[in-house]
Ligand binder design. Sequence first.
Ligand code: PA5
Length: 443
Amino acid sequence: MELIKLDIRKSGVEITAEAKAEAARANELLYSGKGAGNDFLGWVNLPSSISADEMAAIKAEAEHLRAKADVVVCIGIGGSYLGARAVLEAMSNSFEFLRKEHKNPTVVFAGQNISEDYTYELMDALKEHSIAAIVISKSGTTTEPAIAFRIIKEEIERRYGKAEARERIVAITDKARGALKTLADNEGYPTFVIPDNVGGRFSVLTPVGMLPLAVGGVDIEALIAGAVEMEKATAADKSIDENPSAQYAIVRNALYREGRKIELLGSYEPRLQYINEWWKQLYGESEGKEGKGIFPASVTLTADLHSMGQYIQEGERTLFETIISVAAPAFKVVIESDKDNLDGLNYLAGKRISEVNKMAELGVQLAHVDGNVPNIRVEIPRIDERSIGALLYFFEKACGISGYMLGVNPFNQPGVEAYKKNMFALLDKPGYEEASKEIKKRL
Ligand code: PA5
């Protein structure tokens, strides 16, 4: 069964021979390495190049942490956070927190904000649990995770001692550079490497995503198998007619060129909400530069029809939407008949909830298309590891192609530095003395 079915019939875009040629050239650049940002193309062949030894090492470390702790704190931000969170949420029971027995350790996240209250509540909640930590930073110098790690590290050392901390802390970072690498080496923590040629937002299928996911009970082999299938389906030697990533890139660029500046990613499955967040970073950081780029936004449906629905239907006509459609649910819930029928819902008796959800999806699609919101549909067979692995790679490949079609370097993020400089100056970080004086005058 095809893991990704792309349906562009309601996008209003006809894929021209010229657009196919443009997308094919962009896809070829990802393989030839002749495009901008060519030192960050390691993700292109990543799924098929993960060795059995690498997989075994990740799984062994995950088993070790699972045996040690009932809560594993995963520390990171941006590309060192969103992929793991997205897949973990997609693969987790939404009500796991209500269960008395937990099959897997709970993976919680830290270092993705600098909120004192979040940190306090996390540390307070951890008191009742045995804990371990995975700290992830490619640069090894990012402030948010560094602060969180300092606090978690101290807690682990205080509780278990320095020697045992080495059994409970794992670092994922650059092979040679950065403060985290130095710290991990000095402390003797086990480490996993983020390859030099894989940028943060493309790193979910490296140990950055795979270790926390394996700890959380996700079948990472199936995840990679799905990504490998999509790697093959979108290779440069495949015709554009058979390459869903290239087609998606073509359609979104055609819409952008017609003035569609905002893409809404949505789905009718709340477990996919963090896939939206991961996708927003992937596309926002890759394309939003040089005054260009589609603004990536997201909705979770049908919930957001009751908040954003009005705007989508009738607001400014600069939107298009991409819907991740799940063909089959994992479970079955049937709507029963009610003898009084006071709610008037007996016309639905005997139907599965998923049938109602599907009709909502189809009805919304037509309403939005009638309201001049072009629609792209990305269908996956179900929410499982293989489909999600395929979906991740589908979007990554489309992002690379799309960024080149847009004419930007999709693999840098120069704009991310601006806030950091201001924050360091305001915090009187050594080396920022002059900037500090200047910025304080502006407050
Ligand atoms: O995609 C990116 O490069 C960024 O979002 C980074 O992942 C993020 O800033 C975190 O960086 P680091 O992993 O170096 O701590």
